[in-house]
Design a binder for this molecule. Structure first.
Ligand code: HEC
Length: 113
């Protein structure tokens, strides 16, 4: 019995590390496209599913709070769109890299974090 519990704990530990599929996360097609953009351009600086800081603040639950943690700006689509387009401090802007549609997809995904 004790062994079973220990084994389950270990297995669950691995489960957390495993990359979850879009379906596991319950993402709709727009959110899934946003995740794709995120993985390509944002993930190296922002952790989506842990609160660990990378080069930038974690974006886990970013829209669930009233203000973004690093900038202290209101956590809404308009402010996030500005940050993504124009950049902030050590974050370069993406206005020349991402289309409006990609940014919309990205915002849809960020709301799921
Ligand atoms: C080179 C690293 C880097 C990349 C790449 C990057 N960011 Fe950032 N980002 C940062 C840093 C650093 C900050 C904190 C800026 C500050 O000091 O206010 C930040 C802030 C933010 C914020 C505001 C969070 C807060 O707590 O104030 C959002 C939202 C954000 N980034 C989204 C994105 C998205 C979406 C992408 C991908 C398109 C992205 N970032 C790519 C480094 C990065």
């Amino acid at each position: 019995m004790v062994c079973t519990i220990a084994l389950l704990t270990v297995l669950c530990g691995c489960e957390v590390e495993r990359r979850r599929s879009d379906a596991d996360l319950g993402l709709n097609p727009q959110q899934a496209s946003g995740r794709h953009v995120y993985d390509q351009y944002c993930d190296r600086c922002h952790a989506p599913y842990s609160s660990k800081k990378r080069q930038g603040p974690s974006l886990k639950g970013a829209f669930k709070r009233q203000y973004f943690s690093a900038s202290g700006l209101p956590a809404n689509d308009d402010r996030a769109r500005d940050i993504i387009r124009m950049g902030r401090n050590k974050m370069d802007g993406f206005s020349n890299v991402l289309t409006d549609e990609q940014i919309n997809d990205l915002l849809a995904y960020l709301h799921t974090l």
